[in-house]
Design a protein around this ligand. Structure first.
Ligand SMILES: Cc1cc2nc3c(=O)[nH]c(=O)nc-3n(C[C@H](O)[C@H](O)[C@H](O)COP(=O)(O)O)c2cc1C
Length: 154
């Protein structure tokens, strides 16, 4: 089994920390999903209707990604991590996913949030990972939760 841990983290670094812990526990390769244009704190101020995050969400915009995963086809398992934005994956994660052939891959979603649960996040992601099986998706709340989540990877 060859595992990729692809994650996006922008606000507090919480998702990055989770991804790093998962990499240690699984021995997988880490890849950070970075937008071509990095987010500033004011871009992330969802309380401002004109903030970048709201414009991207409302406009269902693609958010171009800075770098590609090398040899994506060689991974059979992908751990995909992101913060919950508006009860879903951030648009940059959808844009990232669109670039690859997901056929036959097993996908394990881990998210962090300000309180939301996973809800329909996995279902909303499915059109972007066509051909993959999303085996498990969860919001990780603490270290114990993370360890239990890792145990689900087979
Ligand atoms: C634009 C935006 C939208 C968000 N939407 C939600 C949400 O719907 N539910 C929630 O619980 N938290 C929401 N959050 C909070 C983040 O999910 C939370 O702070 C996350 O752990 C940040 O991870 P990061 O520091 O790795 O980017 C949102 C944050 C931002 C910036």
């Amino acid at each position: 089994m060859k595992t990729l841990i692809a994650y996006f983290s922008a606000e507090t670094g919480r998702t990055r920390k989770a991804a790093q812990a998962i990499a240690k526990l699984t021995g997988g390769e880490l890849f950070e999903i970075k937008p071509q244009e990095e987010y500033t704190p004011s871009d992330l101020n969802w309380k401002n209707p004109l903030a970048r995050c709201n414009k991207e969400k409302m406009g269902k915009k693609d958010v171009p990604v800075a770098e590609k995963v090398e040899d994506f086809d060689s991974y059979d398992t992908v751990c995909l991590g992101f913060p919950i934005w508006y009860w879903s994956a951030p648009n940059v994660v959808n844009t990232f996913c669109k670039d690859y052939d997901w056929t036959g891959k097993k996908v394990y979603v881990f998210a962090t949030s300000g309180g939301s649960n996973i809800g329909k996040t996995a279902e909303k992601l499915m059109p972007y990972v066509e051909g993959a099986e999303i085996v498990h998706a969860e919001v990780l709340k603490n270290t114990e939760g993370l360890k239990e989540w890792v145990k689900k990877i087979v």
